[in-house]
Ligand binder design. Structure first.
Ligand SMILES: *Cc1c(COP(=O)(O)O)cnc(C)c1O
Length: 357
């Protein structure tokens, strides 16, 4: 069986050495030495100032909104994983959907400005499948209307825009380190925050709002990452270049072999890629279902990322409609890609798709 992705498991002996260290220290959570080491290494590797590690990527989004005291409406994309939208709703914010660009699959800046009202406090774009948003256009709109920008960068681990990390754009960028992501800590996530004061506030919020033994000035929650998760991150980070190289080879091969048969995402010219996903767009849903069925018969399970479009969620009121997102979400499929996928397996996937089309 081949799924859309497979969790990368690092060398077991190496992980056990870290576990031994954790046992020796007896410190298994609460800002321990493994977590501190991972925060330091990630800041350096990614080229960012403050990394605040948290329990998962959804919590990272929620903490980001609370760190910035957001209220009212947030303009976001309907073409993403459900957590981008549900995290807004659970924090009392109303998602206002701006439609996407059909080629880049990212929120189209042209659709943002007409949706801004006095109740709008933020823009929450997503670097979909690691493809960098039009960060400069978004920044200009945000500055003009005094809005905060929180990037859901769950897919954009180690993506560079021009000469800097894409994570340095916006007020806060959030990452997911879930087992299915390019870089993972089993479960986990992070906030990337340029402003030191805001980073400190986020650190209080993830620890019940406690500032010190006698002072609890913030309304916080518990969103801490534990030492076993941080240790997994230290191991995976050692291998990340190798993981990325393998995924690049797989991605290049899909692009070469399926050119003309399907449409690939148009990449931001000024940004690097991290090869975390291989999304392909079909002419229509019928074609997608045909390909999916042929692959499933061979025990190959691509995923319909992202389906359905989030503007169709029942719990969002008032109802909104983003035509491009709805159309794309019906005919896009993410093909299997992970470090352990063999050339033979990929050849079977490619030939099955070709035959079905
Ligand atoms: C995975 C993902 C999340 C949620 O991250 P978790 O760590 O699973 O909570 C949020 N947004 C996007 C775009 C994602 O892909």
């Amino acid at each position: 069986m081949i799924h859309v992705t497979k969790t990368y498991l690092p060398n077991k002996e190496k992980y056990i050495q870290y576990v031994d260290e954790i046992y020796k220290s007896g410190w298994i959570t609460n800002n321990g030495p493994m977590l501190k080491k991972l925060e330091e290494r990630l800041a350096k590797y990614l080229g960012v100032k403050n990394v605040v590690l948290v329990s998962n990527g959804t919590t990272a989004l929620e903490i980001a909104y609370r760190t910035l005291d957001l209220e009212g409406f947030a303009i976001t994309t309907p073409f993403s994983f459900v957590a981008t939208t549900s995290s807004l709703v659970t924090n009392g914010l109303l998602p206002i959907f701006a439609d996407i660009d059909e080629k880049t699959l990212n929120l189209d800046p042209k659709n943002i400005e007409k949706l801004i009202t006095p109740n709008t406090s933020a823009i929450v774009p997503v670097h979909v499948f690691g493809n960098t948003c039009e960060v400069e256009a978004i920044e200009e709109i945000a500055n003009k209307h005094n809005l905060k920008v929180i990037y859901d960068a769950a897919h954009a681990f180690d993506v560079k825009y021009k000469d800097t990390s894409v994570l340095n754009y916006g007020d806060i960028s959030t990452l997911s380190f879930h087992a299915t992501k390019l870089f993972h800590t089993i479960e986990g996530g992070a906030l990337i925050i340029n402003d030191d004061k805001l980073a400190q506030k986020a650190r209080y919020l993830i620890n019940f709002g406690i500032e010190n033994a006698e002072s609890i000035p913030h309304l916080g929650t518990n969103a801490k990452m534990n030492e076993f998760e941080a240790a997994m991150g230290l191991c995976v980070l050692d291998d990340i270049e190798e993981i990325k190289n393998k995924r690049k080879t797989i991605s290049d091969s899909y692009k070469k072999e399926l050119k003309g048969l399907v449409t690939f995402q148009e990449q931001n010219e000024n940004a690097s890629e991290n090869y975390s996903y291989v999304p392909v767009v079909f002419k229509n849903e019928k074609e997608l279902l045909k390909v999916q069925k042929s692959l499933n018969e061979k025990q190959i399970f691509p995923r319909r990322y992202f389906y359905p479009s989030l503007d169709t969620l029942d719990y969002i009121e008032p109802k909104q409609e983003c035509k491009i997102s709805r159309d794309i979400s019906k005919r896009i499929l993410c093909l299997p890609t992970f470090a352990e996928l063999t050339q033979d397996e990929q050849n079977i996937i490619i030939s099955t798709i070709k035959k079905a089309l």
